[in-house]
Design a protein around this ligand. Structure first.
Ligand code: SF4
Length: 457
């Protein structure tokens, strides 16, 4: 009889911050139940895949990694959850016999399955049978979309706090709303209780996340109301927003956005700068709303980090439409842009839309937007040269080497002079570009935007 050993679990997350927040909480549940949470490439008994369905590439990647993980660990079980598993469970199960699907809408039950799986392992049982039994039980129960309480931040020192899920909009290209359903919100008292628990553990910053934060509604509060309640109910923890809809970034929103401890970082789900494309996407605003939101953000916070999501190659996007997108970006001068090429998704209105934009053209347009993003990031970093900024060290220094941090303005910093082993809130002085950044404005490699000198905690 082989020696009984601890259940080893590894996690693989695809897609958005919300998926990351959920994986983190599930991993915490397994760790608390006595399982060993191991790294992605390490031998494991369970490999949990939290999948994404935003692009076909994300699904292909998940399937490929499932096969790889099971080839590496022939006795392991791939537990597949998330939006892809919610919408196409058959396609997932077909990947390999030792794949078990827990639909995204039942993801919240995974952490509560940990104890049963740990016990099964200690009894030397094959986790596959136990997992199938627990998954069948979970499928018959109402799932709690907020069963994801941030714990010991196994993977991030700026934990994500899920406060909203789902979306009531039905944008033409979007499968997320199909996978995650209607908008639901976590009660403000519970949000505050979770934030206070993190604050009491010395966590310096929380990232508030959801599918569409602007649709937060609970206890008579909208999202600005929630932010006000969080700042009023806590003492020193900072709040960062994952992303926001341009048309909902109104006066009430910016009143809350100016509050102390709200990070000067606004990521807008823009998608296009062409009114015609925005209309065919089914977006609820036009380019002037984006211009207003960027202007109001600067009026509220001086020079905040403004980010944007842009889809290139949406059906019908002509050269003039693309020129409108470039023009809009040059007007709002974002510090970063996530440029995505359109991916036709089954079950969405855009799937059959025509005329299609050739993939080559979409990729070329994305490269132009990527260049705008890099110029914007370098200019944003350069504007902070010599400034003392608040930051959170997320990866500590060792033997006098550099630490890595995220500043309040969302700059990724390589910090020298930080005490070995220190993680948490600190102040740093950002170097002038010539000291660290090459003159051509590109990052000094990896995900570092600037170098900085540690000042104090
Ligand atoms: S706002 Fe549109 S793109 Fe965003 S989740 Fe909702 S339906 Fe999808």
């Amino acid at each position: 009889m082989p020696p009984v050993r601890q259940l080893r679990v590894s996690f693989r997350t695809f897609g958005c911050k919300l998926n990351q927040a959920e994986t983190e909480a599930i991993a915490d549940g397994f760790s608390a139940a006595g399982a060993a949470v191991v790294g992605p490439g390490e031998p494991a008994d369970l490999v949990v895949f939290n999948t994404c369905t935003v692009t076909s590439k994300a699904e292909q990647k998940a399937r490929r990694e499932m096969r790889l993980a099971l080839r590496r660990n022939p006795e392991a079980v791939a537990v597949v959850t998330g939006c892809y598993a919610e919408l196409e469970p058959e396609a997932v199960v077909a990947v390999a016999p030792r794949c078990v699907v827990v639909p995204g809408s039942r993801k919240g039950a995974l952490a509560s399955m940990a104890e049963g799986l740990v016990a099964a392992r200690l009894e030397g049982l094959d986790p596959l049978d136990e997992l199938r039994r627990l998954a069948a039980l979970a499928s018959g129960r109402e799932a709690d979309p907020f069963a994801f309480v941030p714990g010991d931040a196994l993977f991030h020192s700026r934990p994500q706090l899920k406060v909203q899920d789902g979306c009531d909009n039905r944008c033409a290209y979007c499968r997320v709303c199909l996978a995650r359903g209607r908008s639901v919100s976590l009660g403000p008292d519970e949000v505050l209780r979770r934030a206070l628990a993190l604050e009491s553990r010395g966590v310096p910053e929380i990232v508030l996340t959801g599918v569409n934060l602007s649709q937060y509604r609970s206890g008579g509060l909208d999202f600005p109301g929630l932010l006000e309640a969080l700042v009023a109910g806590t003492e020193n923890i900072a709040f960062r927003l994952s992303s926001y809809e341009p048309d909902r970034a109104d006066e009430r929103f910016f009143a809350a956005f100016t509050l102390p401890r709200v990070r000067p970082h606004l990521h807008l789900s823009v998608q296009s700068g062409s009114d015609a494309v925005l209309a065919s996407m089914g977006r609820r605003y036009r380019r002037d709303a984006v211009l207003r939101a960027a202007e109001a953000a600067r009026a509220a916070r001086g020079d905040p980090f403004i980010g944007a999501d842009i889809i290139l190659g949406f059906p019908g996007e002509g050269d003039d439409d693309f020129a409108d997108t470039v023009d809009l970006l040059e007007r709002i001068e974002p510090a970063w842009v996530h440029a995505f090429t359109f991916s036709p998704r089954p079950g969405t209105r855009a799937f059959d839309m025509r005329p299609k934009v050739p993939e080559r053209v979409a990729v070329e347009r994305a490269a132009v937007v990527q260049a705008i993003a890099e110029r914007g990031k370098a200019a944003f970093a350069a504007r902070r040269a010599g400034a003392i900024v608040d930051a959170v060290i997320e990866s500590s220094a060792e033997s006098g080497g550099p630490a890595f941090a995220t500043s309040a303005e969302y700059l990724k910093l390589e910090v020298r002079g930080a005490p070995d082993g220190f993680e948490g809130a600190c102040s740093c002085r950002v170097d002038a570009p010539e000291a660290g950044l090459p003159a051509d404005g590109s990052s000094i490699g990896g995900s570092v935007d600037a170098t900085a000198a540690f000042i104090r905690t």
